[in-house]
Design a protein around this ligand. Structure first.
Ligand code: NAD
Ligand code: GLY
Length: 360
């Protein structure tokens, strides 16, 4: 098993990574827990619920299960309220522990439920998508959506453990794997040129989920994310680099309608756009832009963005949470493995949009 440590003011915890780890989730339950509530959705619970339940039962605690409907459309205050109601009906006290079994939707929503139920109870992330294993389960960003914006209601609240079983990725649809790999590549681009090279060399093994390759990719991604959130838990500075490609990506997701492209697909394409922008504003070599484009294409994500119309692109990018006083900030790369946040001249942005988009 690999163990990656996260140390923040909001809490220190371990990320455990191993094949077949679902069978050991029960060992992460703290001895002083009074009870455990496993929260999942029918898709994931149908596949893995029994294994996790068996492991939790071995902890000797009172166990209850709550399922919420599957999908981003249910990452809402209404679903959150149904979780609170269940916790109250079960008479769960402050020493209860939530186990979140699922992708980023389950993890984000359970994290926020844990942050707010009785002013905060402990929770464990058991992420089952690649995106959740390398990104959303680590670092304590929790949220639900509001009709006026994604992830607008939330809190920074750290789990007490993250238990990652890499074998569960075998049941993920191919598009979800590609979307998760986009976030893996992101870590190489912003922090670790050697890891980016390694991803280029191992792309076929990663796509095939070969255990050694995917295990290393998950571990290295978690190490790099743990480093960033340990430095800047609440995104007052450095953590913003984790948003490489996200300003373009959010505009694609919102412009086409959420769910048309997966988040990771939009981020993959957005990283190609960010690389083109970096070439214009901070000397990122054009040859490296082509490497980014080739790797994003190789994992199976789109590399050409939809033409939303210039005004719409700008309007959507201004809604991004990183925008300050109407000015759009972008994460750009002086080179592979380096990233910084800056505003960019409008004419450079226009040229990049022209070069990277195509009419639908
Ligand atoms: P998701 O949670 O919707 O999961 C995608 C689909 O895969 C769902 O239908 C799910 O039921 C299914 N699934 C999950 N595990 C499976 C498995 N092992 N086998 C088969 N099917 C499985 O989507 P996601 O991509 O995991 O997460 C997206 C969410 O994460 C968004 O809401 C986004 O805002 C959030 N997010 C949060 C952070 C953060 O830092 N907190 C970072 C990135 C994304
Ligand atoms: N997914 C971006 C972050 O955790 O900050």
């Amino acid at each position: 098993m690999s163990i990656v440590k996260v140390k923040t003011e909001g809490g220190a915890y371990s990320i455990h990574i191993a094949p077949n780890l679902l069978q050991q989730v029960g060992t992460s339950i703290p001895p002083d827990a009074t009870s455990v509530v496993l929260i999942s959705n029918p898709t994931v619970f149908g596949l893995y619920g029994k294994t996790v339940l068996q492991s939790l039962e071995a902890s000797g605690k009172k166990i209850s299960v709550f399922e919420v409907p599957d999908g981003e459309a249910y990452k809402t205050l209404e679903t959150l309220n149904s979780i609170y109601t269940f916790l109250l009906e079960q008479r769960l006290d402050r020493r209860a522990v939530i186990v979140a079994l699922g992708g980023g939707v389950i993890g984000d929503m359970c994290g926020f439920a844990a942050a707010t139920y009785m002013r905060g109870i402990r929770f464990i992330q058991v992420p089952t998508t690649l995106l959740a294993q390398v990104d959303s389960s680590v670092g304590g960003k929790t949220a639900v959506n509001h009709p006026m914006g994604k992830n607008m209601i939330g809190a920074f609240y750290q789990p007490i453990a993250v238990d990652i079983d890499t074998t569960v990725l075998s049941t993920l649809p191919e598009r979800e794997i590609a979307a998760g790999l986009a976030e893996v590549i992101k870590y190489g681009l912003i922090l670790d040129a050697g890891f980016f090279d390694w991803c280029e060399q191992n792309v076929a093994s990663l796509k095939a989920l070969e255990p050694e390759a995917i295990g290393y990719a998950v571990q290295r991604s978690c190490e790099l994310k743990a480093y960033v959130v340990s430095e800047d838990e609440k995104e007052t500075g450095m953590r913003a680099i984790l948003n490489l490609g996200h300003t373009f990506g959010h505009a694609i997701e919102a412009g086409l309608g959420f769910g048309t492209w997966l988040h990771g697909e939009a981020v993959g394409c957005g990283m190609v756009q960010a690389a083109e922008l970096s070439a214009r504003v901070c000397g990122f070599p054009q040859a490296d832009v082509e490497r980014v484009r080739a790797l994003v294409a190789a994992i199976g994500c789109p590399v050409t963005a939809p033409d939303l119309g210039t005004d719409k692109w700008i309007e959507l990018m201004q809604i991004d949470k990183k925008a300050e006083g109407g000015k759009i900030k972008f994460i750009v790369m002086p080179g592979i493995g380096q990233a910084k946040s800056q505003t960019v001249p409008r004419e450079d942005l226009m040229l990049v949009l022209k070069k990277t988009t195509q009419k639908r």
